[in-house]
Ligand binder design. Structure first.
Ligand code: CP
Length: 302
């Protein structure tokens, strides 16, 4: 049985807890996997990993699976809708069940924030956070950092604008913790009712005009499901005030890159033509998710 210290060292719950050296090691190892031409390197074939998604996902779920399969990991895919969670079984009992069957690590996505931390204290295998509420999404931040480092050659001194629903965004939080540790500066731009006041001490809120003057313009998904409750502006009003329209994109410095974690609401937070423009790195971000998650799985299992 693995010691509690080892389990903690191999888990990845958030970027807040990682040191700069650990982030650099993960990015270096990502570069190693990114440059491997062999699709299959089954160095982890004796290991079993359960991907436990209690909330929907396309990118994170499939790029973890792709990363695990490229390393030869024996993959168990758990989806809440097709499990005993539907009969009321708790998240804790579900994870303990899979642990008792012999998994070596678990990848977990959850709706509530804070539960993963408690879970990690109770189980004896490393857990990887695949997104928990509005708390953290560490592998998304790692793939974002890797995308920036690959493009600019480094992260120190970069100015990154994160635009959109900061309050509900785990992507904004993980990027803030990671980028500032790596010597980049972060600024936020958001409608007043989507700001997270507790983060203002770490990154200033700026106007849309100011936010466009950056090395990286990272747009966040508008959570359209919040429209019904009247929390946000209409999609049209949002686009007008906070969207990366073709007109705004045309005013970016040609060296600026455009990012978005996706899924994208085309013509709401970002115009259709901008998504696949020459300055966009949205699809390369998705591609980079695979080598990032290979590096994270290696750290968890070796
Ligand atoms: N970026 C991201 O986390 O996408 P999914 O919700 O599809 O995993």
């Amino acid at each position: 049985m693995m010691t509690a210290t080892k389990v903690k060292e191999r888990s990845l719950l958030g970027m807040k807890e990682l040191a700069e050296s650990e982030i650099t090691q993960l990015l270096d190892r990502t570069a190693y996997w990114d440059h491997q031409s062999e699709k299959l390197t089954p160095v982890l074939r004796a290991h079993f990993v359960a991907n436990m998604f209690f909330e929907n996902s396309t990118r994170t779920r499939f790029s973890f699976e792709m990363a695990e399969k490229r390393l030869g990991v024996q993959v168990l895919n758990f989806t809440a809708a097709a499990s005993s969670v539907e009969k009321g079984e708790s998240i804790y009992d579900t994870v303990r069940t899979l642990e008792s069957m012999g998994i070596d690590a678990g990848v977990v996505r959850l709706k509530p924030a804070g539960v993963l931390q408690q879970l990690a204290e109770k189980v004896g295998v490393p857990l990887i956070n695949a997104g928990d509420g509005n708390n953290e999404h560490p592998t998304q931040a790692l793939l974002d950092l890797y995308t920036m480092r690959k493009h600019f050659g480094g992260l120190k001194g970069l100015k990154v604008s994160i635009i959109g629903d900061i309050m509900h965004s785990r992507v904004a939080r993980s990027n803030l913790w990671a980028l500032t540790k790596m010597g980049a500066s972060v600024q936020f731009c958001a409608p007043a009712n989507m700001q997270a006041p507790e983060l203002a001490a770490y990154a200033p809120y700026v106007s849309m005009e100011e936010a466009l003057k950056a090395d990286v313009v990272m747009m966040l998904r508008v959570q359209l499901e919040r429209h019904a409750s009247g929390i946000i502006l209409s999609a049209e009003q949002y686009r007008e005030h906070f969207g990366l329209t073709e007109e705004r994109a045309s005013r970016l410095d040609p060296a600026t890159i455009i990012m978005h974690p996706a899924p994208v609401n085309r013509n709401v937070e970002i115009d259709d033509a901008v998504v696949e423009s020459s300055q966009s790195r949205i699809f390369p971000q998705m591609a980079n998710g695979v080598p990032v998650r290979m590096a994270v799985m290696e750290r968890a299992l070796q």
